[in-house]
Design a protein. Structure first.
Length: 321
């Protein structure tokens, strides 16, 4: 991807985002703060639509590739955008999500593998999409974390194992840079919305699965380690407190620092993003791959992260007594 094409693509994505802002403002597509919010002012919702738009428009300049994945992305972005404007029933949303994942799996050739791999991949993708969606609660966290993950995947694709078209990855990266320009601020111009957080999760999981299938290296799941730790421990503590884990809440670790401790959103987002980046470098450059190493890293990480939460949040907040 030449520097000229790179620059033109970036400018076009900026223009598309600004056009969306006009549309969102006209149709009142906004996010009003409530008791669960980490923000206090009305903000445009759905700025993350640029993630899916960038890849859906990719064939116009680079030719049609990954058509089944793009159809899946269109389906999941569409239902998520509808949900941003007016709540959609869970049954309809699940149908669209399953359709989207099926199209992704067909693109990746997963249906040619033994059935249990498809089941495991389905659990992984649905779980990851929901986790990334739930983690989208403060300025900058989704955009920075997505940028770190996609840049890591681009580095791997360029220097280690080519698992996708570099230009495809680069367009996704450019869309995240555009979004961050408007979101990675103390007072964000826009929020990602479900269309943003769900779409970028779907995009990231496509690339990670493509990499794992190509390399047969499951350690690349650890590229989402920090989000995974926050999500899994939060679910664990909510179950202990006998809460409904499907209801909206403010129990994530990042929410504790942003809401209860009043740390800057950008600082908290930066810690998650930079922390994952440092871990990614260790993972790629120094950690020998084996299933045992992956399990060991996961177990040690969960223990340390849980201990950190007890030390900072306290037993009463986490356990409810």
């Amino acid at each position: 991807m030449s520097s000229i094409v790179l620059f033109v693509t970036l400018i076009l994505l900026f223009i598309l985002e600004l056009i969306y802002f006009r549309i969102a403002d006209h149709f009142n597509i906004i996010d009003k703060p409530n008791h669960r919010s980490s923000h206090t002012t009305i903000t445009l919702r759905g700025g993350g639509i640029i993630f899916s738009l960038s890849l859906l428009l990719y064939p116009l300049w680079f030719g049609l590739q990954y058509e089944y994945f793009l159809l899946g992305l269109l389906a999941i972005a569409f239902i998520s955008f509808m949900d941003d404007m007016k709540p959609v029933s869970n049954k309809i949303r699940i149908v669209f999500h399953l359709l989207a994942v099926a199209l992704m799996f067909y693109q990746l050739g997963l249906f040619e593998l033994p059935f249990y791999w498809t089941v495991l991949a389905l659990i992984l993708v649905i779980g990851s999409v929901n986790a990334i969606n739930f983690m989208d609660g403060i300025n900058g966290i989704t955009g920075l974390y997505a940028l770190v993950t996609l840049l890591t995947l681009y580095f791997i694709n360029l220097h280690y194992t080519e698992f996708t078209e570099s230009s495809f990855l680069m367009v996704a990266i450019l869309s995240v840079i555009v979004f961050n320009f408007f979101n990675f601020r103390n007072k964000a111009k826009c929020f990602a919305g479900d269309v943003g957080s769900v779409s970028i999760a779907f995009i990231i999981m496509f690339f990670i699965l493509a990499l794992i299938i190509k390399t047969e290296n499951f350690s690349y799941l650890l590229l989402l380690l920090f989000y995974g730790l926050d999500t899994v421990t939060t679910i664990m503590f909510r179950l202990i407190r006998k809460e409904n884990i499907f209801e909206a809440h403010r129990s994530h670790f990042y929410q504790y620092w942003a809401n209860e401790r009043k740390y800057s959103h950008l600082l908290v987002s930066g810690i998650y993003g930079v922390g994952q980046l440092i871990f990614n470098l260790v993972l790629i450059l120094w950690l020998p791959y084996s299933i045992l190493n992956v399990i060991l890293v996961l177990v040690v990480s969960v223990i340390l992260f849980t201990a950190l939460r007890f030390l900072t949040e306290g037993k009463k907040r986490l356990l409810g007594h």
